[in-house]
Design a protein around this ligand. Structure first.
Ligand SMILES: C[S@@+](CC[C@H](N)C(=O)[O-])C[C@H]1O[C@@H](n2cnc3c(N)ncnc32)[C@H](O)[C@@H]1O
Length: 259
């Protein structure tokens, strides 16, 4: 079966994933992943959640569309963890096969949010749980997305904002369409620290595959430097450090749902 590719494999997303690792740890602990838990990490990228689960004794599986990121996941260990290419709207996984189905900043990027939730619910065991982490609408990452979007091709018609998954009311509706009920939520943050604003700007761009995919066209159109300046301005607006370093706080909603 031929699977599509995304832009997440372009650039160095793995450097961002390293910084996002605490979200996977919090998610694994919040659903009590332990010895023998059957866990599926949906849109696993470099495998943060599956690997956190494996460290806690789970039997983990990670699915993602990007083979380059899956290769990094494989190289990180994880014992018996299984890694496969799979589209999240059509998960290559059996129905009701997992005690925990998690997606950390993954399902929120689905082309169809309700269809994604239906797939999370399908593969979740009747007494299992779904755990999701998603950027809150007013937080840094959606703001970065809005700045970048001024330089990128328009999203496909009908595309829904990913941060719907980061707002409790909207997420309840998405999950309800898949007969999932939110059991608990938490407002969480990850702090990104950089030596200076230039380093923060460079990091954001080199880890953003969707931006890098357009680099040549933007350079030819004389807009690459303009984009860099726009990202630098955002870093400047959002930097909340009081000392010499740069501090960007990424806020997200952690939600746990049952069937
Ligand atoms: C922000 S990254 C999150 C990766 C990982 N969960 C983490 O915490 O670092 C989004 C991931 O979703 C994957 N992805 C995007 N659309 C997808 C789709 N339709 N099916 C499967 N994976 C997808 C990308 O390849 C990427 O690895």
């Amino acid at each position: 079966m031929s699977l599509p590719t995304t832009t997440w494999g372009i650039g160095e997303y793995e450097l961002m994933a390293e910084r996002l690792r605490p979200a996977a740890e919090v998610a694994a602990d919040s659903v009590g992943v332990g010895s023998g838990t059957r866990l599926l990490d949906v849109a696993c990228g470099t495998g943060n959640l599956a690997l956190a689960a494996a460290e806690r004794g789970a039997v983990a599986t990670g699915l993602d569309l990007e083979e380059r990121l899956l290769q990094i996941a494989r190289s990180r260990g994880g014992g018996q963890t299984t890694w496969r290419r799979s589209e999240l709207l059509e998960l290559d996984a059996e129905s009701a096969a997992f005690d925990v189905v998690g997606s950390i900043f993954g399902a929120m990027y689905a082309a169809d949010h309700e269809a994604a939730a239906a797939e999370l619910a399908r593969v979740c065991a009747p007494d299992g749980r779904v755990v999701s982490a998603a950027w809150t609408p007013d937080s840094f990452m959606p703001a970065f997305g809005r700045v970048a979007s001024r330089f990128l091709p328009p999203p496909p018609s009908g595309a829904q904002p990913p941060s719907r998954w980061g707002e409790e009311t909207a997420l309840s509706e998405i999950f309800a369409s898949a007969a999932l009920r939110i059991e608990s939520t938490g407002d969480e943050t990850i702090e990104l620290r950089f030596t200076d604003r230039g380093a923060a700007t460079d990091f954001l761009i080199r880890t953003a595959g969707n931006v890098l995919a357009e680099r040549r066209g933007l350079e030819q159109g004389g807009r690459w430097e303009e984009l860099r300046r726009a990202v630098a301005e955002l870093v400047c607006e959002r930097d909340s450090s009081e000392g010499e370093q740069v501090l960007l706080t990424l806020s997200y909603l952690l939600a746990i749902a049952t069937k």
